[in-house]
Design a protein around this ligand. Sequence first.
Ligand code: DGL
Length: 269
Amino acid sequence: MQASLPSHPIGVFDSGVGGLTVVRALMDRLPFENIIYFGDTARVPYGVKSVETIGHFTQQIADFLLKQQVKVLIIACNTMAAVAADRVRAASPVPVLDVIEAGARQAVQVSESGGIGVIGTPATINSNAYARAIHQLDPSFRVYSQACPLFVPLVEEGWLEHPVTRMTAQEYLKPVFVEQIDTLVLGCTHYPLIKPLLLDVVGNRMKLVDSALSIADQTAELLQSSGMANPVHHVPDYRYYVTDLPVKFQTIGERFLGRSLNRLELVSL
Ligand code: DGL
């Protein structure tokens, strides 16, 4: 494989459309970087699948992006990061960043009380990956985790402000509220889309950590420190690969991205 160059793209991947929240944060933070996005829309959701299946699918996507000569791999999916980040790192010739590491770092910086809540898919929460990442940074932190399986379908349905989503959030967060927690990590690609609703439900009880923003900062740091930032300051190239084109993909994708979604290509792994 040819050595990576600063002009090569950043590779970002997710189980579906949700990782576009990370792409959006990267476009804002690093406006001259070329980006390739891969969404496994044919096989989403990952959050309710087995560890073996998630690991196998994740490696297939990483291999696909490495063949596209990406200079860094970003695992935008919390579920894939929770279950398969070590496996991807072990096999990757380029640096691998993941949303869990970035979210954990940010949470430790933000929390004053030492109590951190994490919400995510069942696979992410069962893996305990956030608690491990937080304890690696500071073992004194208390971590309370809560799976919120209904949030992904509600967001996919576009119910971002819907009363059903609000009631669901109130129900899921009830046990979180009784813990001594001042910081809540949005440990799933889809949750930043309901951030206004969640902010409303948590009120002034806790601050929210959005791992999409944290990973964009971490990517900027990595590119700077390794001399891999793109020196070409032209309009960047954005490409999107998906494994299926569901009817609502374009509309939901554009909502996640906050801009129009062009250069979309269907591929099979
Ligand atoms: N991308 C997943 C995550 O961040 C959510 C969607 C899924 O379950 O595949 O955990």
